[in-house]
Write a protein that binds this ligand. Structure first.
Ligand code: HEC
Ligand code: HEC
Length: 344
């Protein structure tokens, strides 16, 4: 049983990486063609997009809403399998999310509000999927901006993702469309996509490990694999992707002076009750993108106050990281930031 789960996980990860490497190759080609207008906004011509824009038109959100499918692809599909016929070890599949929300909130505005409320701060009391939190453990906080949450929720509402035909017919077209448009993403959105793709693969594998073997085994998994994942995603995207913190567990992840300044800015925004705004810093040939990493319940098993942590887990952590600073967190705090270094 365990072996099968592991086998599946490795195959899935490989699939993901191969898939991303392929995309990367096409992406290089596409970006070459588009370098001249790489900062201009995209004009979409897909029927899906038109559909979505019509739906939002009335609420007058058309202008601000980013591409829902693109966000789902970079941020959600690694855990929520888009194939309605497939189950995942990490989380319910996409069809299950849509069906339960649609049943509870048949009206578009309520559907989008309810799902966005969960996404803005995943917590057990907001979750409506029966048994999902128990079965899979709580979803990690993905730190989407409000308009990004709305765009993903709206995409799910406006598209029949629960039907097999959507997966076999619309999904491949959407992937091709997003790929063709990727070179038009702004640096801040591009960096976000890279960071979120890394985060969701890391999160998926962490979740599978906790679900299959428990928190203690997962600590060892993070210890061995966390930097391996960030490094391999860096290779896939030809960008440098790392996680840093002002209170690191692994001293390799200590934030430098510039990064500490961003961390402080983000903390101030959080303290003021604002949604954290990602930042970019441009140098001659480089752009750095910075994105928040926030805690929710799921993280506290390993980053919470020591007295609330499982004893064995805490012992293992201090054994692996004698100078660990990454405990004592509560939910909705800034655990660190993603730093994405991109070539111009
Ligand atoms: C690291 C894995 C992971 C990623 C990435 C992820 N999710 Fe989840 N998600 C879960 C798990 C596990 C659950 C079930 C437990 C729960 O409800 O928190 C869940 C549940 C949900 C639910 C149902 C909550 C409820 O009411 O019960 C929604 C909606 C959802 N996810 C949307 C998204 C969207 C949209 C994205 C991308 C922006 C995303 N998820 C990314 C793991 C993930
Ligand atoms: C099973 C235990 C476990 C869980 C659960 C866990 N982490 Fe960690 N985390 C670790 C370990 C171990 C490391 C050190 C990894 C390394 O050596 O690079 C780490 C490192 C990190 C880092 C890199 C900076 C540093 O401190 O070295 C960040 C950021 C982070 N975790 C955020 C989170 C967030 C956010 C969550 C919840 C969504 C979470 N973690 C859940 C064990 C865990």
């Amino acid at each position: 049983m365990l072996i099968t789960k592991r086998g599946e996980r490795i195959v899935y990860l490989r699939f993901n990486l191969n898939h991303l490497i392929m995309k990367k190759l096409i992406f290089i080609g596409v970006s070459f063609l588009f370098t001249l207008n790489s900062c201009t906004p995209t004009e979409h011509d897909s029927s899906q997009e038109v559909n979505v824009e019509n739906e939002v038109g009335e609420a007058d959100l058309t202008e601000q809403l980013p591409d829902g499918f693109q966000l789902l692809q970079s941020t959600c599909f690694s855990c929520h399998n888009p194939n309605p016929a497939s189950e995942s070890v990490a989380a319910p599949n996409l069809a299950a999310l849509k069906s339960v929300y649609f049943k509870n909130f048949p009206d578009e505005a309520n559907f989008v509000d309810a799902m966005s409320a969960f996404l803005s701060n995943p917590s057990a009391d907001k979750a409506i999927l029966p048994g999902a939190v128990n079965q899979y453990g709580l979803m990690p906080q993905m730190s989407l901006q409000a308009n990004q949450s709305r765009a993903t929720a709206l995409y799910l509402y406006a598209n029949a993702v629960e039907n097999e035909e959507w997966y076999t017919q619309v999904f491949p077209k959407e992937e091709a469309r997003v790929l063709a448009n990727r070179a038009d993403l702004s640096y801040v959105d591009r960096g976000f996509e890279y960071a979120m793709a890394t985060k969701s693969i890391l999160g998926k594998n962490l979740k599978e490990k906790i679900n299959a073997e428990g928190t203690l085994a997962a600590v060892q998994f993070c210890n061995i694999n966390a930097s391996h994942y960030t490094d391999s995603m860096s290779a896939v995207y030809n960008a440098e992707i790392k996680r840093v913190s002002d209170k690191p567990r692994n001293s390799r992840n200590q934030a430098n002076t510039a990064e500490l300044k961003i961390i402080n800015d983000f903390k101030t925004q959080l303290a003021n009750g604002e949604i954290i705004t990602p930042q970019t810093i441009e140098e001659e040939d480089l752009v750095y993108g910075y994105y928040p990493i926030e805690t929710n319940d799921m993280c506290l098993k390993c980053h919470g106050p020591i007295e609330t942590m499982d004893n064995e887990t805490h012992l293992k952590i201090t054994e692996l990281y004698p100078s660990d600073k990454a405990t004592g967190y509560a939910t909705n705090q800034l655990r660190g930031i993603w730093v994405v270094k991109m070539m111009k």
